[in-house]
Structures are given as structure tokens and as C-alpha cells.
Design a protein around this ligand. Structure first.
Ligand code: CA
Length: 237
């Protein structure tokens, strides 16, 4: 990742072995960490100091992660990106987390590499209007120059291919639905139903075909996203 990617992160996590693992990995990557081992202390820190991002465990003593998130959204003056951690892959936890204002979610156990990519993506999402360069793993998009590279190789994208790739990259790690893409590309104008399909096909030919594994992922019935971290392997769990 780029040198400017350094993040100042608050980690609110009561399990010291997990906190230590995260901090050791992320500090090696140049990020700066503050810690809280219980919810109330974490909330106090979050309201006092400036953080690019908060990594918040769901199950915490004194005040749980849901309540910390709720209080933070109520009292903080700006939108601080929050990545929630949970030990269970529970739909209710996710729904509650998003309802109280979490921006993203990771289920334990997760890979530290994935944690870093999610953190960078989340913090970047709030800088988009100020940043012209978007970097996600091997992919770099220069929004001003309208160029994109993968593994430093310039991609010969069409104008439409560039737009589609940028929309999907800007949404990462969220999935972009077909209807959302269509709406952003063509507004409410009716388009041939195969138009998007053919643009996606052409995008794949340039973005993925010459490389070892596909970045562009189709989640059937859901939409499109990028595979930045797993590199063709099965995700953990
Ligand atoms: Ca915990």
C-alpha cells in the first residue's frame, strides 16, 4: 500500500491476544494504534482524540460494542468509520450493528491482511472527494487521469469499463448491485438489458483475463465486487 495510507486507529477489544495480534500486524504496516479493553473507556477515547477509524469488538465488558457505536453516533461531531468485530456470524448481530451505525463487519477469525484492506477501504471512503488515486491491493485507479493499472500494468479500458471499475472499487468492500450500476451509468433512461452484461464482459477481458486470478467477482443475484485479498483462495471459515 502507499505511504500515505497510514491510519490512526482506536482498537476497542477486551481479548488481549487478539488485540496484540492486530496491533503487531498493523503497526508493522505503519499504522498507529490506541487501545481500550472495555467499552466505556473506548467511547471516552473516541470522543476525545482524532481517529481515522475505530475497530470495535461487539462483546465487551462495561459497555458492549452496540452501545459504544450508538453513543458514538449520537455524540461524535463527525462520522468516524467503525469496523465491528464479532465472534459469531450472526445475521441479527450484523443488522443491529448496521442499525446503530457500524460501517462494516468482520467475523472472527479473520485474516489480518483482510482486516487491513477493510480498514484502508473504510477510511478512504470518507476521503474520496479529496483523493484522486484509489488503491486496492494490486489495483490502482487514477480518477483524474481516468487510468487504471493492475500490478503496475496499464489497463486498456474503454470509457465505460473505467466507469464501471471505478464505481465498484469506490464501493468496496460493499457489493454493487446491477440496478445500482445501471442507474449510475445511464440514470433513468431505459437501456438494453444486455448492455451492462456486455460492458462487464469487456471489462473482464482487460482487467482479469491476462492475470493469474480474477479481481472482479459476480455474486449471483446480488451484484459485483472485487476480490482484493483472497487471491483466488477460499476465504477463511
Ligand atoms: Ca470480546
Amino acid at each position: 500500500m502507499t505511504e500515505s495510507a497510514e491510519l490512526h486507529v482506536l482498537l476497542i477489544e477486551d481479548e488481549s491476544s487478539i488485540a496484540k495480534n492486530i496491533a503487531e500486524y498493523m503497526e508493522q504496516k505503519g499504522h498507529i494504534f490506541d487501545f481500550a479493553s472495555q467499552g466505556q473507556l473506548g467511547l471516552d477515547l473516541a470522543l476525545q482524540a482524532y481517529y481515522d477509524l475505530i475497530i470495535l469488538d461487539l462483546n465487551l465488558p462495561v459497555m458492549d460494542g452496540i452501545e459504544v457505536c450508538r453513543q458514538l453516533r449520537k455524540h461524535a461531531e463527525r462520522h468516524i468509520p467503525i469496523l465491528m468485530l464479532t465472534a459469531r456470524d450472526s445475521i441479527e448481530d450484523k443488522v443491529t450493528g448496521f442499525q446503530v451505525g457500524a460501517d462494516d463487519y468482520l467475523t472472527k477469525p479473520f485474516s489480518l491482511q483482510e482486516l487491513e484492506v477493510r480498514c484502508l477501504a473504510l477510511s478512504r471512503r470518507h476521503l474520496l472527494n479529496r483523493k484522486d488515486i484509489l488503491t486496492l491491493g494490486p489495483l490502482t485507479i487514477d480518477i483524474k487521469k481516468k487510468t487504471a493499472t493492475r500490478d503496475r500494468e496499464l489497463l486498456a479500458l474503454s470509457a465505460m469499463g473505467f466507469k464501471i471499475l471505478t464505481l465498484i472499487a469506490q464501493a468496496y468492500p460493499q457489493v454493487v448491485s446491477r440496478s445500482e450500476l445501471s442507474h449510475k451509468l445511464w440514470g433513468d433512461e431505459p437501456t438494453e438489458s444486455d448492455a451492462l452484461r456486455s460492458h462487464i464482459y469487456q471489462l473482464r477481458a482487460v482487467l482479469d483475463k491476462p492475470f493469474a486470478y480474477p479481481l472482479l467477482q459476480t455474486l449471483h443475484g446480488v451484484g459485483f465486487t472485487l476480490d482484493i485479498v483472497t487471491q483466488g483462495q477460499q476465504p477463511q471459515e
